[in-house]
Design a protein around this ligand. Structure first.
Ligand SMILES: [Zn+2]
Length: 303
């Protein structure tokens, strides 16, 4: 059995005008890794890659630690803790941050939302897009973003699922540039090339695709590009094979059968979603479940 614990932000404090960046502190992370060790064996990404069948078949609880988004704070805070506790993890990064020196729209949104209130962002976007959510879409929004307030869940749903990408990027980028300097955010938010190479040499680097789009909602050519571009870019940069992918957002809408088939076709061996649950031999290797760290022992939602 394989249990995966997934993390995003890891920083000592989460102070913002409007709290919309959530994650764990280094202390909480360390504590959780120690607790996870009491319920299973933390294994290396290379072990998972090489022995996936044995691991899924086994009655033993194997645990894989994963990080999404290629954030510098993961390298700075999580990696030393993992080393100290003799544990390891795989870090899924987006290649557009390094290759095109672009801040991902998803992170522009996080940063904007920590600085400006949801209503103002909502109004500004509505003015340009004229999209209204139906009541069933509002319900879906709340079930996908169950940790968020109603308005903030609807805003996230509108941004991530209803706006066409070009329009979303345009609107958010205009807003973002009013408040932030992209080059400064790039340097402080994401791992640099040396850090990515270092991770790859340990077998710790995976792909989170090129641009962080929900793949299930874009066309076939774009899906192939997103999957292939990050794989080939990171392989050329690090001279190491990239065999694992974590699909951005990782929901059922974002990871369709077409998406996982494509991932296999472009050469990935393992693919990770954000569907909750452990994995056994009945799981498709390209559609593996992951728990949000909050839902596992030592996490905020765990009793
Ligand atoms: Zn992500």
């Amino acid at each position: 059995m394989l249990t995966v614990s997934n993390y995003h932000y890891i920083r000592p404090s989460y102070n913002a005008n409007y709290p919309s960046i959530f994650g764990v502190t280094p202390d909480a992370f360390k504590n959780q890794i120690q607790l996870l060790k009491t319920i299973g064996d933390i294994i290396t990404p290379l072990d998972v890659l090489n022995d996936i069948e044995t691991i899924l078949e086994s009655k033993n609880n194997y645990i894989l630690i994963t990080f999404d988004d290629g954030l510098k704070e993961q390298y700075n805070y999580a990696l030393p803790i993992l080393d100290e506790l003799d544990a390891s993890a795989i870090f899924f990064a987006n290649s557009s941050n390094t290759k095109e020196e672009k801040v991902s729209t998803v992170h522009k949104i996080h940063l904007l939302r920590s600085l400006i209130d949801s209503t103002s962002i909502f109004n500004r976007i509505n003015k340009h897009s004229h999209i209204v959510l139906t009541s069933s879409e509002k319900k879906t929004a709340q079930s996908i973003y169950s940790y968020d307030s109603k308005l903030s869940a609807e805003l996230k749903y509108l941004l991530n699922y209803k706006l066409d990408f070009k329009l979303q990027e345009e609107l958010i980028t205009t807003l973002f540039n009013d408040y932030f300097e992209e080059s400064e955010v790039l340097q402080s938010l994401y791992m640099n090339k040396e850090e990515l190479k270092d991770l790859a040499q340990k077998g710790y680097l995976g792909s989170h695709t090129h641009n962080h789009y929900p793949l299930g909602l874009i066309n076939k050519e774009a899906i192939t590009f997103e999957l292939n571009e990050s794989k080939s870019y990171f392989e050329a940069l690090t001279e190491c094979p990239i065999k694992m992918v974590a699909y951005p957002y990782g929901t059922k809408e974002a990871v369709t059968k077409e998406v996982s088939n494509m991932a296999k076709q472009v050469g990935y061996k393992l693919g990770f979603t954000t569907n909750k649950g452990s994995n056994t031999i009945s799981n498709d290797y390209l559609v593996l479940n992951r728990f949000d760290c909050n839902d596992l022992i030592g996490g905020k939602n765990s009793k």
